[in-house]
Design a protein. Structure first.
Length: 114
């Protein structure tokens, strides 16, 4: 089991940027595949971005070119840099860690509104 704590959400204007962070409690963090998901009101949770233990990344088509996932294994932290945010991207953003088990954070709210 690994405990995940997200931070960095908030209110941003359309076209703005936010950087989300997810701090993991385990020292074996570097072995985990880390992902960011989001869930908008009334919708299913969807995968936004994933980064493997080796640093390979993949993104949902809707965020390619605007979002960047990265990880700092020394700090047991994964980041999601979000640029050019759109109102429809208002959602709770969740961090996910997967290795031998799957673990979720509590989520952080992102609101994109003028």
């Amino acid at each position: 089991q690994v405990r995940l704590v997200e931070s960095g959400g908030g209110l941003v204007q359309p076209g703005g940027s936010l950087r989300l962070s997810c701090a993991a409690s385990r020292s074996a963090f570097s072995f985990y595949t880390m992902s960011w998901y989001r869930q908008a009101p009334g919708k299913q949770r969807e995968l936004v971005a994933v980064i493997s233990s080796g640093g390979r990344t993949n993104y949902a088509d809707s965020v390619k070119g605007r979002f960047t996932i990265s990880r700092d294994n020394a700090e047991n932290t994964v980041y999601l840099q979000m640029n050019s945010l759109k109102p429809k991207e208002k959602a709770v953003y969740f961090c996910n860690a997967r290795y031998s088990s799957e673990n979720w954070g509590q989520g952080t709210q992102v609101t994109v509104s003028s």
